[in-house]
Design a protein. Structure first.
Length: 327
C-alpha cells in the first residue's frame, strides 16, 4: 500500500485528497519506485485546476526521486536498489511509491541528494532544452541578450546560472525587489521588477534599443504582447507556461511587421520522449550541477499532508527557487 494524492474533480487546493492505494508489480518497460522526495511544479496546478484536462480521478505530480524496488521485463538501464530520479508522464509522483514507465527514469548520481534530485529534474531539464535546444536563428554568440520571465522561480534560477556559464546576458524579470536580487545573485546580468517598471522600456534601454535574441516566457497572458516587442528582428519567442493564464489566440500575420519573428510553444515531454534523449539531457544537467555551474535552490519544504498549502503558496507567488515534498 502507498499513500497518494488524488483529485476527483478539478478545482482549488481543497480538492487534493490523500488516499491509500494498492501498488502492484511493474509490467514490461516499467519499474516500481519508493519515493524519498517529490518536486512541486506549476504543471501540477494546471492539471489540478483543469487548465490542462486529464481523466479523473487524477493522481498528481510529475517529478520525484527515490529507490528502485522492482524492475519489469525489458528494463536494462535500472536495477533494484538504484538511486533514481525522474520527470515523467503519467502524473503520480505525489505518493510514497508507484509503478511507472522506466524510460524517463535515470540513475541519480551519488553526489546529488534525493531532495536535490526531486527538485531539479523537471525544472533542470526544462532549462536544458530551453537554453540548448530553443536557440535563435544563427545560434547564440557570447554576450547575446535573452529575456527570461519569472527569473526567481525554480526554472528561472537554474536558467540564470546556466545562461551565465554559456556566456549569455540574461535579463530576468520578477515581481519584487527581493526576487530580482535573488535572480541577480544567481547570474542574471540585469533584473527588472515588473511590478514597478515597464519591462519593455527597460529591455530596450539595456540593449541599446536593439532588443533580445530570445524571450523565454512561462508567465503567459500578462507578459505576452510586450514580450514580442522585446525581440530583435528574427528573434525567437519561446512560450513554455501559463502562470498568469493562457495566451489569447495569435494571428501569425503580426510576426512579420514585428521583425519576421519566430514563435514556438514548448513542453518538456516532447524532448524526453525517448530513453536515449532523456539520458542525454539528464547527463548534461547532472554535469552542470556536479561541476558547480548550477546550484539547485530548495527554498521551501513541505510534508505530503501539507500539499494543499504548498499549492496555495505556489499560486500566491510566495515561493522562490524549488519546492520539495518530503516523505
Amino acid at each position: 500500500m502507498s499513500k497518494a494524492v488524488i483529485i476527483e474533480k478539478n478545482g482549488g487546493p481543497e480538492e487534493l485528497k490523500i488516499v491509500d492505494v494498492q501498488v502492484g508489480q511493474p509490467g514490461a518497460g516499467e519499474i516500481r519506485i519508493r519515493h524519498k522526495a517529490i518536486g512541486l511544479n506549476f504543471i501540477d496546478v494546471y492539471q489540478r485546476s483543469g487548465l490542462y484536462q486529464l481523466p479523473m480521478p487524477l493522481h498528481l505530480g510529475m517529478e520525484a526521486s527515490g529507490i528502485v524496488e522492482a524492475v519489469g521485463e525489458g528494463v536494462t538501464h535500472l536495477q533494484v536498489g538504484d538511486r533514481a530520479a525522474y520527470a515523467s508522464n503519467p502524473p503520480g509522483s505525489y505518493s510514497e511509491a508507484r509503478v511507472m514507465p522506466a524510460k524517463c527514469v535515470v540513475k541519480l548520481p551519488d553526489a546529488i541528494s534525493f531532495e536535490t534530485g526531486a527538485a531539479m529534474m523537471l525544472k533542470g531539464l526544462t532549462a536544458q532544452y530551453l537554453l540548448k535546444r530553443n536557440v535563435p536563428f544563427g545560434g547564440f554568440k557570447s554576450g547575446d541578450f535573452v529575456l527570461f520571465h519569472a527569473a526567481a522561480g525554480g526554472v528561472g534560477l537554474i536558467a540564470c546560472q546556466w545562461a551565465k556559464a554559456l556566456g549569455l546576458q540574461l535579463i530576468g524579470t520578477a515581481g519584487s525587489d527581493a526576487k530580482c536580487q535573488l535572480a541577480k545573485n544567481n547570474g542574471a546580468a540585469h533584473v527588472i521588477n515588473y511590478s514597478k517598471e515597464d519591462f519593455l522600456a527597460r529591455v530596450k534601454e539595456i540593449t541599446g534599443g536593439k532588443g533580445v535574441k530570445v524571450v523565454y516566457d512561462s508567465v503567459g497572458k500578462d507578459t505576452w504582447d510586450k514580450s514580442l516587442d522585446c525581440l530583435e528582428p528574427l528573434g525567437l519567442m519561446v512560450s513554455f507556461g501559463n502562470a498568469s493564464g493562457p495566451v489569447a489566440p495569435v494571428a501569425p500575420g503580426i510576426l512579420g511587421p514585428k521583425g519576421s519573428l519566430y514563435l514556438t510553444r514548448q513542453t518538456l515531454f516532447t524532448h524526453i520522449a525517448t530513453r536515449e534523449r532523456t539520458q542525454e539531457m539528464a547527463d548534461d544537467l547532472f554535469e552542470a550541477v556536479t561541476s558547480g555551474k548550477v546550484h539547485i535552490h530548495i527554498d521551501q519544504t513541505y510534508k505530503l499532508e501539507d500539499v494543499a498549502q504548498a499549492h496555495r503558496d505556489l499560486e500566491a507567488r510566495k515561493t522562490t527557487g524549488c519546492t520539495v515534498i518530503t516523505l
